[in-house]
Design a protein around this ligand. Structure first.
Ligand SMILES: [Zn+2]
Length: 73
């Protein structure tokens, strides 16, 4: 008999990623490009870069900024 005691199932914390430009969560890891081994891409604003946000508060601010920018257009 196998004993599966000891380790409790840890809840996997899903870390949300945000675009540093527009605050959108519609970002994905752009892999498959050897020259850009760490590149994120945003489907919302087209941002491409190695920087990604994981701070929800900051992302909310960015989203507001982004919306304002879109309105001014
Ligand atoms: Zn974006």
């Amino acid at each position: 008999m196998k004993d599966s005691s000891g380790k409790k199932d840890k809840k996997k914390r899903f870390s949300v990623k945000f675009c540093p430009k527009c605050g959108s969560t519609d970002v994905y890891w752009a892999q498959g490009m050897p020259q850009f081994w760490s590149l994120w891409e945003c489907r919302n604003c087209g941002y491409r870069g190695p920087v990604i946000l994981e701070d929800g508060n900051l992302a909310t601010k960015l989203q507001e900024d982004w919306k304002n920018k879109q309105k001014q257009k």
